[in-house]
Design a protein around this ligand. Structure first.
Ligand SMILES: [Zn+2]
Ligand SMILES: [Zn+2]
Length: 296
């Protein structure tokens, strides 16, 4: 349970302002696992279990059973239940941010699953100081997965050549072009998502207040890239851009949750750049077509 602004540990403190950075916080900013956190009466320290759906006490305003004083949630300090560590009582830890503890492999698949099926929860778990390079690494891995089928096909042809003449195959220009193409393919989507997030953030700021900085917008767009892995399923990728569309939806939902803005504002921010690109592309095609008609 850490301050979203600076990471200061907030256990056993009354809600209010973070002593380190001054950022305001309440128990509603956190998602505790039900029954795993106890809340202390500010007058007599009698402990109440947080049994509500978000792990907070129900009701949130009552008279203390032990001392009779009136107590509200906003005056209570929270502590993990005896014998439990922080990671056992908090429900909203971002798996990719927490990858050092749970392991990179497991963290990647958990983040991917959340991006596909629970983007809102994933974005809520995103810290305010989320690092863009973490999100870039995740999106690059997701992008790399879309190459598995093409790479498997290429490998099927290349492996016999590699076994016959390893030196010549590795140094041939075809191999270089293929490697370059693969790296370019992996990098292009995360880079486009970064550009998209810059436009999205300007649009959001123009439309009213937002909760966090550009890093929050960029992370929402980049962690929204999980569904592009659907593009690695051969038939699906050929007949429809399912992964890309799903990814845009995931980004919109994550941006709305992370920046605390309406779905409409978030959709406008995320879709503006793709819509402009399509409009400009269409205009250029139309112009070329008309120029050809008018020509000799
Ligand atoms: Zn702080
Ligand atoms: Zn009390």
């Amino acid at each position: 349970m850490r301050c979203a602004g600076c990471g200061y540990e907030l256990w056993n403190m009354a809600p209010g302002r973070c002593p380190e950075c001054g950022r305001g916080w309440t128990h509603r900013d956190f998602h505790y696992l039900p029954g795993r956190v106890r809340f202390l009466c500010p007058h007599c320290e009698h402990a109440y279990a947080g049994l509500g759906p978000e792990g907070r006490p129900v009701p949130e305003s009552f008279d203390c059973r032990a001392c009779g004083n009136h107590v509200t949630l906003d005056t209570m300090r929270a502590l993990p239940a005896p014998g439990l560590g922080t990671d056992q009582v908090m429900g909203n830890i971002h798996p990719w941010v927490d990858r050092a503890r749970i392991g990179r492999w497991r963290a990647f698949w958990r983040t991917l699953k959340a991006s596909l099926t629970g983007p809102r929860e994933l974005a809520r778990a995103q810290p305010a100081d989320a690092r863009v390079r973490d999100a870039l690494a995740f999106s690059a891995w997701a992008s790399a997965i879309t190459l598995t089928v093409p790479l498997a096909c290429i490998g099927f042809n290349v492996i016999p050549m590699l076994l016959a003449a390893p030196g010549a195959t590795l140094s041939s220009w075809e191999t270089m072009v293929m490697l370059g193409g693969a790296l370019g393919w992996i990098a292009i989507r995360p880079l486009l998502a970064l550009v998209q997030s810059a436009v999205a953030h300007v649009v959001l700021r123009a439309g009213g207040p937002v909760h966090g900085g550009w890093n929050v917008t960029a992370c929402a767009c980049l962690y929204g890239m999980g569904p592009v892995v659907a593009d690695s399923i051969p038939c699906v990728a050929c007949i429809s851009p399912l992964g890309s569309i799903w990814s845009i939806v995931s980004s919109i939902v994550q941006l709305s949750a992370a920046q605390r803005v309406s779905g409409g504002r978030s959709a406008l921010a995320v879709l503006l750049l793709p819509a402009l690109s399509i409009a400009v592309g269409g205009a250029i095609m139309l112009w070329t077509y008309r120029a050809q008609l008018a020509g000799p």
